[in-house]
Ligand binder design. Structure first.
Ligand SMILES: [Zn+2]
Length: 226
């Protein structure tokens, strides 16, 4: 039995993989019969957009994802790390359609996937445990830092795709929650809006500089709940 780390966009389904036994999942595979690798997804346009997004996320965050999977049930997206070295982004199919439909669009969806890619960066560089610890076991510091890094990713992507910062920031505003006393509290609407926007505006030339600026940002915003 091994440990796993699961970080998601909204309140996670906790403990879903707590008893997962490592079975040696091969590269570019998904871990569940309810998941499908994006390369095999039958909707061609969606598949091509998401495969391009995966390539961008891996390049920007210097990640090598083992899986980028569509899952049929969850109304969310999440990043999962299973020791020793399995990393994947999981995207709920209904959530995919919700987030790529009006008033949102694929840029909104990709900014969410970038948030999950940022969790991959946090795991790779062992930032989760320190951010978690500094916020007293709450996830808020981890999540606002991922929002900040998603903003930096989208600014980098804006050199390639047309996108509007106000609408993307508005998305993160809507993702905020008011469950301040829960460990799953990800940040209030204004906090998530500002974390994303400040990441977008951060003058960082590479992902490591962006990450350091993100750390300074979240600590400056007193992300801890304690
Ligand atoms: Zn998250």
């Amino acid at each position: 039995m091994v440990g796993s780390t699961q970080s998601c966009l909204k309140a996670c389904i906790t403990g879903i993989l707590a008893a997962l036994v490592w079975g040696g999942v091969a590269a570019a595979e998904c871990m569940s019969d309810y998941q499908e690798q994006i390369d095999d997804y039958e909707e061609t346009i969606v598949r091509n957009i998401l495969m391009a997004a995966q390539g961008d996320i891996e390049r920007f965050f210097d990640l090598d994802l083992d899986g980028f999977c569509i899952e049929y049930e969850p109304d969310t997206a999440y990043f999962i790390h299973v020791a020793p070295d399995y990393d994947a982004i999981i995207l709920g199919e209904d959530f995919l359609f919700e987030m790529s439909s009006a008033p949102w669009n694929f840029n909104s969806l990709i900014s969410i996937l970038a948030h999950e890619g940022a969790h991959g960066f946090q795991v790779k560089h062992d930032l989760i445990s320190s951010l978690d610890f500094d916020s007293g076991g709450y996830v808020k510091c981890v999540e606002l830092h991922a929002d900040f890094m998603a903003g930096g990713f989208m600014r980098w992507s804006s050199g390639k795709y047309k996108m509007e910062l106000p609408k993307l920031s508005e998305l993160f505003y809507t993702l905020g929650d008011h469950e301040y006393t829960k460990r799953t509290h990800h940040g209030s609407p204004p906090e998530r809006f500002l974390a994303f926007k400040n990441g977008f505006d951060a003058p960082a030339d590479d992902e490591e500089t962006l990450a350091v600026m993100g750390l300074a940002y979240v600590y400056g915003e007193n992300c801890g709940n304690g």
